[in-house]
Design a protein around this ligand. Structure first.
Ligand SMILES: [Zn+2]
Ligand SMILES: [Zn+2]
Length: 126
């Protein structure tokens, strides 16, 4: 939001999961997250140094230390993958969601009308 941190992702993401998990909710304050998944070599920090918070063992959430914007999610159980919050992209409309993760933790009033696969837990084997 403030521009202190800027990251660039190149090429096509491998997917874009909605995440309904409680940890994403608490981390962002939003009722559901949409994350864009890239291989880590596709992503570079171009400006600034993100802060890192380990929200559970092996799970790192990057955020801007100046304005608090949520940047990304990384999980040691998903090696080499980085999930970037869609809202920080210059053109978030360029991405389409591909799957629902942690549908079991969905807030009951969140009803997204699509036919995407709904996973009880993580959409990625780990
Ligand atoms: Zn989540
Ligand atoms: Zn910032």
């Amino acid at each position: 939001m403030c521009g202190a941190v800027r990251i660039r992702a190149r090429g096509e993401p491998f997917g874009a999961p909605y995440c309904h998990c409680q940890d994403c909710r608490k981390s962002t304050g939003a009722p559901v997250s949409l994350l864009v998944g890239y291989e880590e070599e596709q992503v570079q920090v171009e400006r600034g140094v993100p802060n890192v918070y380990e929200s559970s063992p092996g799970v790192r959430r990057l955020f801007c230390g100046d304005c608090g914007t949520s940047i990304s999610y990384e999980d040691d159980r998903l090696p080499g993958e980085i999930y970037i919050h869609v809202g920080i992209f210059d053109d978030p409309a360029a991405f389409g969601p591909t799957v629902h993760s942690w549908h079991s933790q969905r807030l009951e009033y969140i009803n997204i009308l699509d036919d995407l696969p709904r996973h009880h837990e993580s959409s990625r084997p780990r």
